[in-house]
Write a protein that binds this ligand. Sequence first.
Ligand SMILES: *[C@@H]1O[C@H](CO)[C@@H](O)[C@H](O)[C@H]1NC(C)=O
Ligand SMILES: *[C@@H]1O[C@H](CO)[C@@H](O)[C@H](O)[C@H]1NC(C)=O
Length: 592
Amino acid sequence: MMIDKLANPLTLVKLQQLLLDVGVVNVLLAVAATTLAVLAVDYGRMLYLRARMPPGPWPWPIVGNTYSLPATKPWLYFEELSQYYEVPLITFWIGRNPTVWINDAWCAHEILEKKAQIYASRPRMVVFGELGTGQTNLVTMRVRNNAERENWRVHRKLMHLGVGVQAVRRYRDVQNNESKVVALDFLREPAAYVKHLERYATSVVSVLAFGRRVAHFDDPIITEVIAVMQHAAELNVPGKSFPMLMETFPVLAKFPRWMPWMKGIGSRGQKGGNYFFHSLAQEAVDQQAAKSDLEKVGVPQPFADTLFKESPKYNLSTEELSSLTGNLFGAGSDTSSSTLITFVLACCAFPEAMHTAQAELDRVVGRQRSPDWDDMDKLPYVAALFKEVLRWRSVAIIGGQPHSPTQDDYYKGYYIPEGTWVQGNIWAIHHHAREFPEPDRFLPERYIKGSAYHRPFPGDRGYMTFGWGRRVCSGQALAEQGVWITIARLLWAFSINKAIDAHGKPVEVDIFAFTNGLNMRPQPFQCSILPRTDEIRDTLEREAQQALIDLKPLDGESKYRMSTFYQQQKSTFAAEPIIDEHGNVKIVNVKK
Ligand SMILES: *[C@@H]1O[C@H](CO)[C@@H](O)[C@H](O)[C@H]1NC(C)=O
Ligand SMILES: *[C@@H]1O[C@H](CO)[C@@H](O)[C@H](O)[C@H]1NC(C)=O
């Protein structure tokens, strides 16, 4: 009977179960409906913005356009999109976040230079901002209010003391002497040209920051810093793999550092208050204090010294002091050496340009001495070649970190909301056929007024390699003068050509084979580097021996090694996950 059945306890349990099930289903339905509603509203917001912002591919809910990012070199894809939509700037959705890519010099100039005041900030960046150095580093700092602006100004002011246009003139002698040493290194061991250029660039920033040169190319400071920088540059490329996928799904950044997708990003906040570059700076200050007055003659004061004297006024944290000195290394070593490697590649691939420059050097400088700063204005073709190196294959290929407006803005009717991620695509800007016909040809004539290849370009430099406005690279002046003197001297000294294989045939070089990071450099290639004449070789040897003597007071050593620094510090502090030199995370038990 019905009643009997209902009275049956077993049936009752079943009924209860059924009601409960319905309840769960209802709850699930309600959750699903709410989720859908939220999604719909959010997607509506995306589509509304899409209609007003610069054009670009159709975004999907939540994931935006992230899925269509290429595995490498997204700047090529953004250049294509800009051509496809026939606009200088496009919108590309990284998840729910619209990013604007500027692919045209005039547009970049209009927005990032002329409106520098409102484009001085950074957008919300998950990986390099919130998980990275954030508000403690000039590079990643956002400037959204007066307090942030004040702090940013302090950092810029301190940076200027080290590498401002006036300050870097002090380092001309050191760069000159070091580039003489590079020439000697090229003479003695041409096959290791990459390492010599890395040593040169690292040594210059080391003298500047710590008053100590780097004499040998196997010094771990070089390999470690350059490896770290290249690693960071590879991580930093917008992509659909971790960690950059966290820009698409920012919620993932809320998890602990040892989660698998955090692999490879530094260990900020786990350093027990100890920072590698701060320790190096402190060491340099102590070493400087121990020097006699005689030892300090003719040697510029290290930036670490200036910084430690000035910074107490501003109450900077250890982390901030560390970032101020670390930036010099990070931004100065890998970039300058990569630019010079690009120069060597250009000589191999486009010998006519090299020959024209050498004819000019022979005329102006001769062979009894190598070029010097005083020759700068008399060498217009060398100057043009130098500019073409910076243009042809720029290191910071997407113009470094993104800019972001601090208020809503419009460009030619396109809406750019406050806080938007705005990135200058240097690759596209420097490859626009309107400004640079046959853009992949290495052609210094572009920079000679009156030449058939010369075209108007906004700004007086003719390139945008160092970024824009108030976020322009702080080290620009230092880099430009260092790259100029090295290029001039190497052109004067050497015939740089394609290598010859066992069959007497030239080994071709690939002018498109560059690394994938956003600081790019040529993939390794062979070349032949020979002194142009015996007389030049003798001059070069004589000058370099003198330079080595002159540089002697800058010899010195550090007791710190980047690869072991944090582990050593940690063993005295706490048991924590550590990140080893390969970027792998391990949990280690260390005694307190
Ligand atoms: C470098 O070379 C110049 C000569 O060009 C010299 O006057 C100067 O003292 C040298 N020393 C250093 C540390 O650069
Ligand atoms: C410096 O920082 C300390 C502690 O963080 C604080 O008490 C002090 O007021 C600050 N001084 C200035 C000048 O900002």
